[in-house]
Design a protein around this ligand. Structure first.
Ligand code: NAI
Length: 249
């Protein structure tokens, strides 16, 4: 097993009941971190995950909050920080929608921004308040290669993710040297988000035409997250790790 020395680190992962966030919670807990599993209306899945981590000897707490709701996020952070400062934050919660630009209404645009960009801003703000007080901490923002490359019919999502990349670099500069802010920009990963349920077969076929020739696994993104949160990444800040199977180089 890889070892990232995260013992005793208190880490919040947003949108952690499923997919990449779930894999992050499992791997961070396996590495010794105490994890908070944020979710939105997924009490059963989160409770099962907490149980799975506890059975393996780890520490986890489920905490519900809609990251697009300022009051809910304030309450979530107050709850966590009441028990001690936060060492790590993984901004993972996200939504995607395929939609031609001319069909994207103000409401559609706002809905994507509210979760994928504003949610990250909001969680970073509360986490950095706590981390600044403690003089230490690390944040990992899950962006996307689509925020780097752009993609037709995903303008709102790509714009939000490009914003996350800009936020990551700006916060890395503003909060250095004691707090590190990095990101992971995954290529296509095998989760509910890119399943054939939501995406056309043409889309999946296009995604597979990359050097790795397959979708990524959530654990492969979680490994990058564990690394970036750990002391092993002490010289990394403002970076966006391209966990994308070589989709672009
Ligand atoms: P997923 O759909 O399994 O995970 C997203 C999670 O975010 C879900 O558990 C969902 O309930 C939660 N969520 C959505 N809105 C929320 C809100 N308002 N408040 C709190 N939680 C909320 O999909 P996946 O793939 O695990 O996505 C995780 C992150 O990875 C997302 O930010 C996504 O944009 C990003 N990503 C995924 C890629 C993929 O190919 N699967 C590629 C690149 C980036």
């Amino acid at each position: 097993m890889m070892k990232f020395a995260l013992e005793g680190q208190r880490v919040l992962i947003t949108g952690a009941a499923t997919g990449i966030g779930r894999a992050c919670a499992l791997m961070l807990a396996e590495q010794g971190a105490e994890v908070w599993i944020n979710h939105l209306g997924q009490a059963d899945a989160s409770a099962a995950l907490v149980e799975q981590i506890a059975v393996a000897g780890g520490r986890a707490t489920a905490i519900e909050a809609d990251v697009s709701d300022p009051d809910a996020v304030a309450e979530m952070f107050a709850c966590i920080i009441a028990t001690g400062p936060l060492d790590g934050l993984v901004n993972n919660a996200g939504i995607i929608q395929e939609q031609g630009f001319l069909d994207t209404s103000e409401d559609d645009w706002r809905r994507i921004m509210a979760v994928d960009l504003d949610g990250v801003y909001r969680c970073c703000r509360y986490a950095l308040e706590s981390m600044s007080g403690a003089g230490r901490g690390a944040i990992v923002n899950i962006a996307s290669e689509l925020g780097q490359l752009g993609r037709e019919n995903y303008v709102a999502y790509c714009t939000a993710k490009a914003g996350v990349i800009g936020m990551t670099k700006s916060l890395a500069r503003e909060f250095a040297p004691h707090i590190r802010v990095n990101g992971v920009a995954p290529g296509p990963v095998d989760t509910a988000m890119v399943s054939l349920e939501h995406m056309s077969e043409e889309w999946i076929a296009k995604e597979l035409a990359i050097p790795a020739g397959r979708l990524g696994r959530p654990e492969e993104i979680a490994a990058a997250v564990c690394f970036l949160l750990s002391p092993a990444a002490s010289f990394f800040t403002g970076q966006m790790l391209g966990a994308n199977g070589g989709a672009w180089m």
